[in-house]
Design a protein around this ligand. Sequence first.
Ligand SMILES: O=C([S-])c1cc(C(=O)S)c[n+]([C@@H]2O[C@H](COP(=O)(O)O)[C@@H](O)[C@H]2O)c1
Ligand code: NI
Length: 410
Amino acid sequence: MKTLVLDAFSGISGDMFLGALFDLGLSQTDFETELKKLPVTGYHLTVTPSSRSSIQGTDFDVILDDHQVKDNGITEHGHHHGRSFATIKQLIAQSTLTPAVKRRATALFEQVAIAEGHVHHKSLEDVHFHEVGAIDSIVDMVGAAIALELMGIDRVIVNNLADGSGTIKIAHGTVPVPVPAVMQMRIGTAIPIHQRFDAHTELITPTGMAIVKCCATAFDTTSDGVIERTGYGFGKRETGSLNALRATLVNSQLSQQTVNQEQDHVTLLATNLDDITGQQLADTIAGLLDRGAKDAWSEPIVMKKGRPAYKLCCLITPQQQAAIVTYLLTTTPAIGIRYHHVHRAIMNRQIKLVTTSYGPIHVKYLRYHNTTKRTLEHDDLRQLATTHQLTMADLQAKILNELTTMEQKG
Ligand SMILES: O=C([S-])c1cc(C(=O)S)c[n+]([C@@H]2O[C@H](COP(=O)(O)O)[C@@H](O)[C@H]2O)c1
Ligand code: NI
């Protein structure tokens, strides 16, 4: 499983996100080939390796052709000719982009359109992306969806998400930071943002916030696995310190995630403990899982002399036995460990990241002979339920329905 960890200490914008992914190795040729599936012209892209604070990173820019800049979306009659959300949605739907890219790109635009609609008191249909901004937004949002797919990212974690403070001038006038559309997108979520009072400018743009809201499934957490690469996407604003989004690609071991057999042979370790504290017990179970145990748990028992105690158990491979026994004997009060070789009937399992209209969620597909099951990743479900202010049971039913429809459509 590939995890993208975004360290957003200087916020996030569409350009910073794409710059960071190009810095991680996203191919510009592949990216542009996908982007050209949309009939949008009048721009070109620049992906420029550069250095800030002596750190090598990437600047990403959407450069508009001269006539686009001169027009600025105003016709000779003085009217704005923007693109409505509905037009952009149709443009995406009618393209040959992959279904996952279409779903994610539409979800990103919808987030921004809903927020803009609320702020400016307009219906969703009346929200317009002005011509110049529309090209930039299309490249940034459809591009973000393309980039995640091309890089094979299964999940996104956002850490240290910061915005600036004070006010900025935009087309509407002077607005406070976080800017109104970003504040609007935060409503009904618990996405943690801390404000930097040393940066008197905007650090999180509406596009950046939409990427976070639609793509991230966890915040302020670490990801297990091998760090493969790290990259920096530079921001345009002067913040007084390094203005960059750091992206890290983490590859978790797939052994726990994918099982392609229907029975295996494992070792069950057990030890009875009447002198371990609750805290030690929880730490030991976490330590066993960190060391690669397939499962670890405790059972309340009553030992001799009526002593309340715990049976600590774990399932491991026979090859792990020596190391895990040593770990248990050195870190717990245990003075002996029982072991049994056991056979297990197990369901074949595959974990896939599925983009739904509620956001991305990991789905575990399980199979044993003719028996199949599907389960939703509990932590992702909890996060999405918070984001959409739904109960977990409600959201689970809605997502399972959506999965059934997707599967029927193939
Ligand atoms: O043009 C509009 S309607 C607009 C609204 C808002 C609100 O917060 S409301 C903010 N902005 C600013 O435009 C730039 C570009 O943002 P992108 O997300 O499109 O990159 C940014 O400074 C926004 O704060 C524009
Ligand atoms: Ni406007």
